[in-house]
Structures are given as C-alpha cells and as structure tokens.
Design a protein around this ligand. Structure first.
Ligand code: ZN
Length: 233
C-alpha cells in the first residue's frame, strides 16, 4: 500500500466488477456469501441452481479478484466445471463493466488504514491493492496473491463502514491460518458452517484487540460495524 497525497487510489478492474456485479443478481438466501441486491435477471435462477449444486462454486467469489487481466480471468472461467461454466458465461454476457468510463475513486482514509494494517500485521504490512466494486455494496472480499493483499470493496460507500470492512478482510489474512477447521461452508445450517463461523469470530475478535491497541478512537465505530454485520458480542 502506498499512501499518496489525497488518499489511496482504488483501482477499477473489469474482472472483479463484472464477477461481483453478476453475483449481486444471484439470490443465495441463507448464505453468508450472498451479495444479492434484490434484482433478479433472466438467468438468475439457472445460475443459482448451478451455484448450489456445484461443490466448488464458492470460487466464483474470488476469481474476479484473483485475476486483474481479462485474458487470465477468461482462462480461469474456461476451466470451471461445465455445469457452472455455462450459466456463468451466459450471465456475464448480460453483465457489462459498470461505470467503466468513470475514474477510480481515491480512498480518503488511507493514513488511518495504514495505521490499522500495521497493527494487524504487527509491523510493516504486505502491499495492498484496493479494488473499487460498487456492486459489493456493504460487503468486501480479500485475497492474498503472491504475498500481496487484494481487497475489493465499495469505496464510495459509507466511509466508516468501508474502512472497517477493509480492516476486517485484513484481519482474516492473519487469523484464518491460525484457526483449525474442517471444510468450510458459508451456507447456514450445513455442516461446514461452524468452520465459517469460527473463522469469522476469530477475525472479528482479533479486530477488537487491534483497535484497542492502535486506534482506540475507533472503538465505538467498531461496535457499530459489528452490529451492522451481525457480529455483535
Ligand atoms: Zn469475515
């Protein structure tokens, strides 16, 4: 992460924008990974059925963030299981890159985020690329690629919520590997959901420790964020 004058420049990626844009029209229901915006498309039900019946479908939540280059992204889509690939490609045909022509937003809370990340990692944090995706709404996604961090979030959303959502994704980078779990599922009521819940609560609790340590002025904001995402004590 390099902090430039005026903030951290978020990036706009066609790959992430179109993937999360597509997923925002899939009504995943009782799934913590749901990004559903309330609007169905003609292909939504078909993609939902394929998503639910394909064991590896959770990969769709990260393919767009893993690949910044459209050609690499398309290659990754091409090797999805056929039952998932067909409805995904159909859906993407109908999901253009939203706001493609708009400039990438500058993330104003960059200095505060830098301080929080230093607290999370207990020293100089790995480089961070922030990707602006409006379709994520109040959600975020984080990924480690070749030692660097990538976090996708709606950088034009409520600044406090956005900051803490990015912060939370960064907490996962430290806590996920320390939590021993079996197979993880974000679907409520499935055997793997306990593993998901353990990973979440570990990241949320670590976040509280970091905030107490390096940014106690954010305690009340963190409590509000916990309430908003259903991670209250
Ligand atoms: Zn989380």
């Amino acid at each position: 992460m390099s902090v430039e004058p005026g903030g951290l420049l978020g990036q706009r990626w066609e790959t992430a924008d179109r993937m999360y844009g597509m997923l925002s029209h899939v009504p995943l229901g009782r799934d913590a990974a749901s990004l559903f915006c309330g609007e169905l498309r003609p292909w939504s039900e078909r993609l939902l059925a394929a998503y639910r019946s394909t064991p590896s479908s959770a990969a769709l939540q990260f393919i767009g963030l893993r690949h910044a280059e459209v050609s690499a992204w398309r290659a990754a889509l091409a090797v999805l299981p056929p039952a998932l690939r067909e409805p995904v490609l159909e859906a993407l045909d109908d999901t253009p890159w939203r706001d493609a022509a708009l400039p990438a937003p500058r993330y104003a809370e960059a200095a505060l985020l830098a301080k929080l990340r230093e607290g999370i990692y207990g020293g100089p944090p790995p480089p961070l690329v922030l990707v602006h995706v409006g379709a994520l709404g109040r959600h975020a996604r984080g990924l480690t690629v070749e030692g660097g961090r990538r976090v996708a979030a709606n950088l034009l959303g409520d600044p406090e919520h956005t900051l803490l959502q990015v912060f939370h994704e960064e907490c996962h980078a430290v806590t996920d590997s320390a939590v021993r779990t079996g197979a993880r599922s974000t679907v409520l009521g499935t055997p793997g959901f306990a593993a998901h819940a353990a990973l979440e609560s570990s990241a949320v609790r670590y976040g509280a420790v970091v905030i107490d340590d390096v940014a106690p002025e954010l305690r009340a904001a963190y409590a509000r964020w916990r309430g908003a995402v259903g991670a209250a004590e």
